[in-house]
Write a protein that binds this ligand. Structure first.
Ligand code: PLP
Length: 379
């Protein structure tokens, strides 16, 4: 019998042979009692660390009160979260859903409705999710090929090629869709001049500039939104991963200047805005203060310096605690396995990049422990 048929799960992930039963801060405990230092954080999701008291208390209190009403009615956590995110953005309206891909789907539909146009300009090597619209805008042909035809109207341009971007955006462009730092594609930051050019070309042609901050948002790069670091404000932004510290949530935030295009019936989600997820997300937003963001920034800089000095490391990219490490002569998969054997969790981004995305609350001492294991594995 085919081994995959024996599993009760469809074969979508190359899952490591370890089952976790408990989490605490930057640590996970497996079912055999062994503790692992977690520099994956559920792929940049557990922003404040496992079982952080603030989202835990907020979600627990909400679980005791009300789980679900649908969007036919208001709930306090959803309204409060929309308000908190609007304040962070500088004036915005929110649509809530359950994942990053759903947030991107909402962004694509919103841009089409707002402009009455079909075109989406996205980047080579981008990643926006696995649903049909988000996958159509994902600039990695190998991920798309088996599922085509997908949503039509997407044009891809190389990252940081201002001329190609200017040629691609025209009177049929609904939006330019960018990740400020390409995450799944291997941790590649866009150049500021390119993002600035995207802002200008979108304005010239009346298209929306949408940043997909599913991975870079919620403090991951040392500012709440990665665009704050660049000083270039998009018309709309998607968030997901870190927003509720591990409970499923996604959001499309549309800045006030671009708001008003959706009317009732245009879009929806039965579970979107779930009170428990939104209560946890409010606690996350309230915990990510200037002090924590400064720690993310300084711990990230400290880590870049030390990672760069490790054997076999040829490049360290990214910002804050979203880092990609390039290795010479070492297969990332082998390094990931060897680290796991030494009780350190890291993962990959793209084909050849080691990805480091610990909880934003990780301590210097924990980072030093992780570096010691990486050094041993890489020597
Ligand atoms: N957009 C970006 C930038 C991402 O990094 C991801 C996931 O890695 C997604 C969208 C899709 O998010 P999800 O897996 O929650 O659907």
């Amino acid at each position: 019998m085919n081994a995959t048929l024996q599993s009760p799960l469809l074969d979508t992930y190359p899952r490591a042979d370890v089952t976790f039963v408990d989490g605490d801060g930057a640590w996970l405990t497996a079912d055999d009692g062994v503790r692992y230092l977690d520099l994956v954080a559920g792929i940049a999701v557990v922003a404040l660390g496992h079982r952080h008291p603030a989202p835990l208390a907020a979600a627990q209190a909400q679980l005791e009160r009300l789980w679900h009403t649908s969007n036919l009615y208001g709930t306090e956590p959803m309204q409060r979260l929309a308000q908190l995110l609007s304040e962070r953005f500088g004036g915005a309206q929110a649509f809530f859903c359950n994942s990053g891909a759903e947030a991107v789907e909402a962004a694509i539909k919103y841009a089409r409705k707002a402009t009455g146009r079909k075109g989406i300009v996205a980047l080579d090597n981008s990643f926006h999710g696995r649903t049909a619209g988000a996958l159509a805008a994902t600039g990695q042909p190998a991920k798309r090929a088996a599922f085509e035809p997908l949503v039509p109207g997407v044009t891809f341009v190389p990252a940081n090629d201002i001329g190609a971007l200017a040629d691609a955006v025209d009177a049929d462009t609904a939006c330019v869709l960018l990740e400020p730092i390409q995450g799944e594609g291997g941790i590649h930051a866009l150049e500021k001049q390119f993002v600035q050019a995207a802002r200008e070309v979108a304005d010239t042609h009346g298209a929306l500039l949408v940043f997909d901050e599913v991975q870079t948002g919620v403090g991951r790069t040392g500012t709440f939104f990665a665009w704050e670091r660049l000083g270039i404000r998009p018309d709309a932004v998607t968030l997901a991963k870190g927003l509720a510290n591990g409970l499923p949530i996604g959001t499309l935030l549309v800045g006030d200047a671009a708001a008003g295009a959706f009317v009732p019936g245009d879009h929806g989600s039965t579970f979107g805005g779930n009170p428990v997820a939104c209560a946890a997300a409010c606690a996350v937003c309230e915990t990510i203060d200037d002090e924590l963001l400064a720690d993310v920034h300084s711990n990230g800089a400290w880590l870049v310096e030390r990672l760069s000095a490790l054997p076999a490391v040829t490049d360290v990219r990214g910002a804050g605690l979203l880092l990609g490490v390039e290795l010479a002569g070492r297969e990332p998969g082998d390094v990931i396995d060897a680290c796991r054997e030494k009780r350190l969790l890291v993962c990959a981004a793209g084909e050849r990049t080691l990805r480091i995305t610990p909880p934003l609350t990780i301590t210097r001492d924990e980072l030093a422990q992780a570096l010691a294991i990486l050094e041993e594995v890489l020597k």
